[in-house]
Ligand binder design. Structure first.
Ligand code: GLA
Length: 636
């Protein structure tokens, strides 16, 4: 039936105004560059400093039992490591027997965890009680999908859950509220690692799915391709897990560990969803693998903060390239993880770990760098394929520096006061954190670094910036809430080691961790010197246009910076306007600037302001060709 077209009645004036206002509000809410006036990275849970502890995975895989785990826990207490901060004792994959039907309650492998057997049912409560009585915390493992990583990849069926297809679905998928309540309210755990294989490995072509062993779950995580990952779907699940944690741990005493190995561009957003987030695939006890895992976190200094840390995976000290015959490598592993503010999770059977290795992981001075309350991940002051210099600003005003020789030839390293952002006309004292020896230099010094060695020092000198602090010295207080990256690309700077899973069959490791073009301290997003109209800036933040940085202000009175489109931009046609906000109010604004135009000085009074926001807006839209620089950005 045809109906005659009818004009809608004209809305009265007031209604129009209301509509316009609503649209404007919606637009502001949808504008990611509008000032948020709040720190948006994750602060739930208990991770003011990087978590420390022990995990069963590297030493035992799924072949775990109560004696092995409690044995390492006891050593942690007896050797004084607990007193030095190692507190979390985490059961990784391999503990589950089945999901009971019809109630869906998870059952524990009681033959491996005898204390779990209570009548006919099982509970980890006696186990967590024991750890708590030892002054320790307890961690558990699960998966975002229906099944875990060992179910996906392990060839050894003996340690895997038994029963029907549904009984073997021990992951969180479809059971988030039930399982989180069980782990935290019922069993008393304090930590959960959430793996992602269930959302990655169970497609319809998986032989284990085809044979009817497991149900198919269309993958939403793909380590090799961001575009084949469904980022919102993965985030939605972490949101639900967080809601369940809040309900079951209202005191906030929990840690949420995200384990999706740098997939789905998590290196950009993990900081908003959990306390730690894996930046790469699994570490192996090989030097090459250490390089890959280190690289996956080393240039992500602005994506780690108190409450939300980069996680390049657990320590493998105690095995193969990091065993007692490889003390140089073992010391490097520890020093580097400490400088990156990585979680310090021991992964060896501590009942048999040789004393020299116990001494390495017990080095109180190096632990103190990792646990420094300012929470600044080290930045790369010097970056080459063979040698890197990492500098870390400490809460005390002192610094730490690590000289990392990645290769097989010794290197004579020039370390300069300038790299440390210290005055070159005043003495600089280095304290070697292994030997405790002091040495002093002015301007520059030469230090020999042996193959695979990391020399690590605490540094005392006179700051180049007499008052205040460069933003790039305190990445722990700078959050790239919007980093301008809208088309995530793999980071080509990450060392591509042989994975070791399947020998060297196949085509090798491709660049696969998205995040290329992310915000950087003292560097453009693509690793070049910050430069505006020819003028270089040794200090500053490099980021793409259409970005918003949140900066915590700890009592400083003014913010100053020189802004402009970076000379490395390929796009010379678009303007960028730089805006500084304080607790949501506009404090300073540049004129529109494009490539080649001299930097404009911006100064803002931030006295009493808690959160400063730095916004770079351009009509250019998502634009990986438009890096901008906040040169010499400093709070004073
Ligand atoms: C994945 C994780 C590892 C470990 C195993 C357990 O590979 O990345 O850390 O938890 O699963 O199966």
């Amino acid at each position: 039936m045809q109906t005659s077209p009818r004009r809608p009645p004209r809305p009265p004036r007031l209604a129009l105004l209301t509509l316009w206002l609503a649209a404007a509000t919606l637009q502001a809410a949808a504008d990611p560059l509008a000032p948020a006036a709040r720190w948006s990275a994750y602060t739930a849970g208990r991770a003011a400093t990087p978590p420390m502890g022990w995990s069963s995975w590297n030493a035992f895989g799924t072949d775990i039992d109560e004696a092995k785990i409690l044995g390492s826990a006891q050593r942690i207490v007896d050797t004084g490591l607990a007193a030095r901060g190692y507190r979390y004792i985490n059961i990784d994959d391999g503990w589950a027997a089945r999901r009971q039907m019809p109630d869906g309650r998870l059952a524990i492998r009681a033959e491996r965890f005898p204390s779990a057997l209570q009548g006919g049912a099982t509970s980890f409560r006696p186990f967590t009680d024991k750890l708590h009585a030892m002054g320790l915390k307890a961690g558990i493992y699960s998966d975002l999908g229906r099944n875990t990583c060992s179910q996906a990849y392990s060839g050894d069926e003996t340690d895997l859950p038994k029963g029907s297809v549904l009984e073997r679905e021990i992951g969180l998928y479809g059971h988030i509220d039930q399982d989180i309540a069980l782990y935290f309210s019922d069993w008393g755990f304090d930590f959960i690692k959430v793996d992602g294989c269930g959302l990655r490995a169970f497609d319809a072509w998986n032989p284990k799915v085809r044979s009817g062993q497991y149900r198919a779950l269309p993958p939403v995580l793909d380590l090799e391709s961001v575009s084949r990952s469904d980022i919102p779907a993965v985030q939605a699940e972490f949101t639900q897990i967080n809601a369940a944690l809040k309900r079951n741990k209202p005191d906030g005493d929990f840690l949420l560990s995200l384990c999706i190995w740098g997939a789905a561009d998590v290196r950009a957003w993990g900081k908003n969803y959990g306390n730690l987030s894996r930046t790469s695939d699994d570490i192996r006890p090989s030097w090459a693998r250490l390089l890959s895992n280190f690289d996956s976190a080393a240039r992500r200094e602005l994506y780690a903060h108190p409450g939300s840390w980069n996680d390049p995976d657990m320590l493998f000290i105690g095995t193969a390239d990091f065993d007692a015959s490889h003390l140089v490598e073992a010391k490097s592993h520890f020093a580097l993880w400490a400088m990156l503010n990585s979680p310090l999770m021991l992964g060896a059977d501590l009942r048999t770990m040789p004393q020299p290795l116990m001494d390495i992981v017990g080095n109180a001075d190096i632990i103190a760098l990792n646990q420094d309350p300012a929470g600044n991940q080290a930045t790369l002051a010097y970056d080459a394929d063979d040698l890197q210099i990492l500098v870390k600003q400490l809460a005390s005003g002192q610094k730490a520096v690590a000289l990392f020789n990645r290769g097989l030839a010794p290197i004579e390293v020039d370390l300069t006061a300038e790299q440390l952002k210290l005055r070159n006309d005043a003495p600089v004292t280095l304290t070697d954190l292994w030997s405790k020896a002091d040495s002093t230099f002015t301007n520059e010094t030469k230090l020999r670094v042996a193959p695979r060695e990391t020399r690590i020092f605490r540094v005392q000198g006179t700051r180049a910036l007499a008052q205040g602090i460069y933003l790039s010295e305190q990445p722990g207080s700078v959050n790239p809430a919007v980093d301008g990256v809208l088309r995530p690309q793999a980071d080509p700077t990450i060392f591509r080691s042989s994975s070791g899973w399947s020998g060297t069959k196949g085509a090798g490791e491709r660049p696969m961790y998205a995040g290329w073009g992310g915000a950087r301290a003292d560097s453009t997003p693509y690793g070049q010197t910050l430069r505006i109209a020819g003028a270089p800036y040794a200090a500053g933040i490099g980021i793409l246009a259409n970005s918003r940085l949140e900066v915590r202000n700890q009592g400083y009175r003014s913010l100053s910076t020189k802004v402009g489109v970076d000379d490395s931009a390929q796009d010379g046609a678009h303007d960028v306007t730089f805006l500084v906000y304080g607790d949501g109010k506009l404090l300073a604004k540049s004129k529109p600037l494009r490539r080649g135009q001299p930097a404009q000085a911006l100064n803002a009074d931030v006295a009493g302001v808690k959160l400063v926001e730095l916004v770079a807006r351009s009509a250019a839209g998502a634009n990986e060709h438009l890096p901008v620089s906040w040169g010499n950005a400093a709070l004073r």
